[in-house]
Design a protein around this ligand. Structure first.
Ligand SMILES: *Cc1c(COP(=O)(O)O)cnc(C)c1O
Length: 382
């Protein structure tokens, strides 16, 4: 087969209905701060099974809001995974707090919950697990550890919309105080830029609302109101709002979330079947009681990852590596993590390759990817 397009590791799927929904909003009275925001929030909360959702301009802003609402401040620290996008840790730095990186499980790439207790000291305020690739982390264990020390738990669920843990969807916050999602085009729901925090706690929700809009409110006023126009700024917030245009796209995308997830799972099953017998590679693990949302399909190979990556690239298959452990970024190296090392995270980084996984990948394209990976592996590993 010849390729009609470059195949990336992930990409959005936009339908005519999506385009119609956005066009309708463009013709309406509100481009931002209108009814589509609340509608998206309600639908998202209901899909995940949480009481409240608060939309943010992107996933990073949502993480910033969640950490702020949790009370993370200057001098505090928080425990998180190094096997993530830098934003999970950066959002804590914005508040003057420091990340404590915990090593990962060698198979899932998720934070190793057994290693968390040893890292807890008086400055630690919260634990922020990441559901790497869409496979839920050990939420029950993490909640138990947090409860014992009265810590908050914030899930970076940016990979995990639609994932299931012990029979319920990630995002219902059954084992956390808040869960954060991103709607970047490579994620399950694409809105261009967009994000959200889910919670069952009304106080956290109120703080998130005020934080995303400059710290300004019309409710629970500190001053006597001067008249109908009156609003006041009570905290230092940001402009982290999501627009109605983006939310209209989000609503339309969310209505297809389950069928898109079904496609991802079928694709994963196909990859599993092909690669589980191939020498030198490991397919992503399965866990009893957990359903992966397959944001990524991470293959693991002890040798030859770079060569396989390069060969695929020549064939028009743009795989990706997730992730350089956060503390290895030059910024972190220069800011307190100069000689820091976590053996499992570094082994994972050296062996990981995310091959294409997105709902609009056609059967033909997936076959092409599979064949290309197989040939590349043969060429490199013999
Ligand atoms: C995408 C992502 C983010 C950040 O989301 P943006 O919407 O791009 O700001 C944070 N954490 C993880 C794990 C992500 O994959």
């Amino acid at each position: 087969m010849s390729l009609k397009r470059i195949i990336p590791y992930g990409r959005q799927e936009i339908t005519e209905e999506d385009i119609k929904a956005v066009a309708e909003t463009l013709r309406s009275d509100y481009l931002t701060q209108g009814p589509k925001v609340a509608e998206f929030e309600e639908k998202l909360a209901s899909y995940c099974g949480a009481k409240f959702a608060v939309a943010f301009s992107n996933g990073t802003a949502a993480l910033h809001g969640a950490y702020y609402a949790a009370g993370l401040r200057k001098g505090d620290s928080f425990i998180t995974s190094p096997m993530t996008f830098a934003a999970t840790a950066n959002a804590g730095l914005y508040l003057g707090a420091s990340p404590v990186f915990c090593d990962i499980e060698p198979d899932t790439g998720n934070i190793d919950s057994d290693r968390i207790p040893a890292l807890i000291n008086k400055s630690v305020k919260l634990i922020a697990p990441v559901h790497y690739s869409g496979m839920p982390a050990d939420m029950a264990e993490i909640r138990a550890i947090a409860d014992e020390r009265k810590l908050m738990v914030i899930e970076d669920a940016c990979h995990a919309l639609g994932a299931v843990y012990k029979g319920e969807r990630i995002g219902n916050c059954a084992y956390s105080d808040m869960a954060v999602f991103s709607f970047h085009p490579v994620k399950h729901v694409a809105t261009g830029e967009g994000g959200a925090v889910l919670t069952n706690n009304k106080n956290l929700r109120d703080t998130l609302l005020i934080f995303r809009s400059h710290g300004i409110t019309r409710d629970n006023l500190i001053n006597e109101p001067h008249g109908g126009w009156y609003h006041e700024m009570q905290e230092l917030g940001y402009n982290y709002r999501m627009t109605d245009i983006q939310c209209a796209l989000g609503i339309s995308q969310l209505s297809r979330a389950e069928s898109s997830l079904g496609k991802r799972r079928l694709m994963a099953a196909k990859y599993d079947a092909v690669f589980s017998d191939v020498k030198g590679v490991k397919t992503p693990p399965h866990r009893e009681g957990r359903q992966n949302a397959y944001h990524l399909y991470p293959l693991r190979m002890e040798h030859g990852r770079k060569e396989v990556y390069d060969l695929l690239r020549e064939k028009g298959v743009h795989a990706q590596v997730h992730y350089l452990p956060v503390y290895m970024h030059p910024y972190y190296r220069a800011n307190g993590f100069e000689n820091f090392t976590l053996p499992e995270a570094e082994k994972f980084y050296k062996s990981e390759l995310s091959i294409p996984m997105f709902p609009s990948l056609t059967d033909e394209e997936q076959d092409y990817v599979t064949e290309s990976v197989r040939e590349a592996l043969k060429c490199v590993l013999g």
